[in-house]
Design a protein around this ligand. Structure first.
Ligand code: TIU
Length: 228
C-alpha cells in the first residue's frame, strides 16, 4: 500500500490496482495552431506542466505502474461530433477544418498526437475520446474493471474541462481519484485554482488533490523496498 499526503486527507492506493490517467496532453491543446488556440486561448500557459508530468510518468513506469493516455479526437467524417460541439471555436477554424497541424481535433492528424515528451510506450492504453469525459463512449470503465483498477491518479489538460469532467465521471463509477496539482493546467489560472478546491472540498466530494513530489518520494521508496 502506498500512502501520500493529500487534501482533504491522505490517499492510499495499491500500485497494481491504480492507473495513471493522462488527459489530452496532445498538440491540439499545448501547441499554437490547434483547437486550444482556435478557441481564443493563450496556449503557452499549458507547457509549464510538461516537466512535472514527465517526472511523474517516468517514476510511475519505473515503479511498474500502468498508464492511460487520452486524446480528444473525432472520426474523420465527424460523425461522433455533435453540431453543438462543432460550433465551438473561431468561425474561420473549427473542429475538422484544416489547420497548421492538420485537421483540428481529428484522429490521426499531427495535431492530435500526444506531445513527444509524454509519448505512450508499448503496453499503455491510448484512448481516443469524442467528449470531455474519458468515460463517455470509450469503454474505459470495462477496461479498468477487467484489470482490477480501483484507484486513478489524474494529470493533464485542461483542469476545469476534460480533467474535471473525467474525475467526476470516475467518481460516479466508484473509482477513488486523485488530481496531481502541479501536473494539470488551465488556460485560466483562476479556474484551475477553483477546480482543485472544489474537487477536495466537502470531505473530498469528487476526490483528492496533492502536489506531485509526495508521489515521487513514495514511488522511489517503493522501488527501494523492492530492492532490499
Ligand atoms: N477548452 C478547454 O479548456 N478544453 C478542451 O476543450 N478540452 C480539454 O480540456 N481536453
Amino acid at each position: 500500500m502506498i500512502r501520500i499526503d493529500a487534501k482533504p486527507y491522505p490517499f492510499e492506493f495499491e500500485l497494481a490496482h491504480t492507473a495513471l490517467v493522462i488527459i489530452d496532453m496532445q498538440r491540439d491543446f499545448i501547441e499554437p495552431g490547434g483547437f486550444g488556440e482556435t478557441l481564443g486561448n493563450d496556449v503557452r500557459l499549458l507547457e509549464a506542466i510538461v516537466p512535472a508530468c514527465q517526472a511523474v510518468l517516468g517514476a510511475w513506469r519505473a515503479a511498474g505502474g500502468w498508464a492511460v493516455h487520452t486524446r480528444e479526437a473525432h472520426r474523420a467524417d465527424l460523425s461522433d461530433c455533435p453540431p453543438a460541439k462543432l460550433r465551438r471555436g473561431n468561425p474561420r477554424l473549427r473542429i475538422g477544418d484544416a489547420g497548421p497541424m492538420g485537421r483540428i481535433l481529428v484522429t490521426g492528424e499531427p495535431g492530435n498526437q500526444i506531445i513527444p515528451a509524454l509519448a505512450p510506450v508499448a503496453g499503455e492504453l491510448v484512448l481516443d475520446k469524442p467528449g470531455k469525459g474519458a468515460f463517455y463512449a470509450t469503454g474505459l470503465q470495462e477496461t479498468l474493471d477487467a484489470r482490477g483498477i480501483t484507484h486513478l491518479l489524474f494529470m493533464g489538460v485542461t483542469t476545469e474541462v476534460c480533467v474535471q469532467t473525467s474525475m467526476r465521471e470516475a467518481n460516479d463509477r466508484g473509482y477513488d481519484s486523485l488530481l496531481l496539482e502541479d501536473c494539470t493546467e488551465s488556460y485560466f489560472p483562476h479556474y484551475k485554482a477553483a477546480t482543485v478546491e472544489m474537487i477536495h472540498a466537502q470531505g473530498g466530494i469528487v476526490g483528492w488533490t496533492a502536489p506531485s513530489p509526495g508521489l515521487l518520494a513514495a514511488l522511489a521508496a517503493t522501488h527501494g523496498a523492492a530492492r532490499r
